[in-house]
Design a protein around this ligand. Structure first.
Ligand code: PMP
Length: 296
């Protein structure tokens, strides 16, 4: 899809504009220095899944990156509802972006102001591969919270993910697993990772990942269904010896991984149960993670 040809409206700097009018200058600070933060939010049957959690993360990412996002949670929420209404989105995706203006071409940002854009488009799912995806290992480690504010969903943190994804796809893989700086399992280029072994669900600690909202939902499902969970620092061999592997994200939902390089995995009953839980929230999207329990 060529997003520069998107039809409909985009919110930019306090106005709803036709998509072809929502433009920024090529000498924009964020284009040169990746000084922006964003969210990816899903719409199912005109309802916005976990809107409050996504907007709180957007506000937090902006604060961490010293972007002065001058919008309340309520105003951001209203704008997200408006953008799907104006674009008549039933099932789709919303992309709010907070970025700096074109008032500096160096890391200096004194004269830059903060801009907000919100776009939305019709979309189904990222991989949508029932039989499972194949992933390999990235040659780049994920950044960790000692060297980068990894808890922010910031454009700057995606550079090694972008290169890694290109390299994986060239080798005919769908995506890749990235380890942390100490060789522990972190996450894939744009998803969190889980694996199941002896009826226990495992996932990585938060220091080298984006703490995904879908990840938090999976942990909540496990609590509700009384499935044992271990969150920790695990080496590659731990996941390679597991039965079932899956990745999670707003765009990917819950996606089964059939292979990590030559190592094969199978779907099992816990995976199927978690997938059914996800279907329940897709059918009736809660505004926030803490509301999940009301659905069970
Ligand atoms: N990790 C990374 C690096 C991501 O880009 C994403 C997608 N936002 C995720 C994890 C999953 O996060 P979420 O479930 O909030 O979409």
């Amino acid at each position: 899809m060529d997003f520069s040809k998107l039809k409909g409206q985009i919110y930019l700097d306090k106005k709803f504009l036709n998509c072809d009018k929502a433009k920024i200058h090529v000498l924009n600070h964020s284009l040169h220095f990746a000084s922006s933060v964003f969210e990816g939010i899903r719409v199912y049957d005109k309802k916005i899944l976990f809107l409050e959690d996504h907007l709180k993360r957007l506000i937090n990412s902006s604060t961490i990156m010293k972007l002065n996002l001058n919008y309340s949670l309520k105003r951001l929420s209203d704008l997200n509802h408006l953008i799907i209404k104006k674009n008549r989105i039933k099932d789709g995706y919303i992309r709010p972006l907070v970025f700096r203006s074109s008032h500096s071409m160096s890391p200096e940002t004194e004269n830059c102001y903060t801009q907000l854009a919100i776009a939305a488009w019709k979309w189904k799912v990222l991989f949508g591969n029932e039989s499972g995806i194949k992933i390999n290992l990235s040659r780049y480690p994920k950044l960790n919270s000692k060297i980068y504010p990894i808890e922010a969903k910031s454009s700057g943190s995606y550079q090694t993910s972008v290169i890694s994804k290109i390299e994986s796809q060239k080798k005919n893989y769908d995506d890749c697993l990235m380890l942390d700086l100490n060789g522990n399992i972190a996450e894939t280029t744009a998803c969190n990772i889980f694996w199941i072994k002896d009826n226990i669900v495992y996932t990585s600690k938060k220091h080298s990942i984006l703490d995904g909202i879908t990840r938090q939902a999976i942990l909540e499902f496990c609590k509700i269904k009384k499935i044992k969970v271990r969150i920790g620092d695990y080496k590659l061999k731990h996941i390679l010896k597991s039965e079932c592997v899956f990745v999670t994200g707003t765009a990917a939902e819950i996606q089964f991984v059939k292979r990590i390089e030559k190592n094969k995995f199978k779907k099992n009953s816990i995976f199927n149960e978690l997938k059914s839980c996800y279907q329940i929230i897709k059918d009736n999207p809660p505004e926030k993670i803490s509301d999940i329990k009301k659905l069970f």
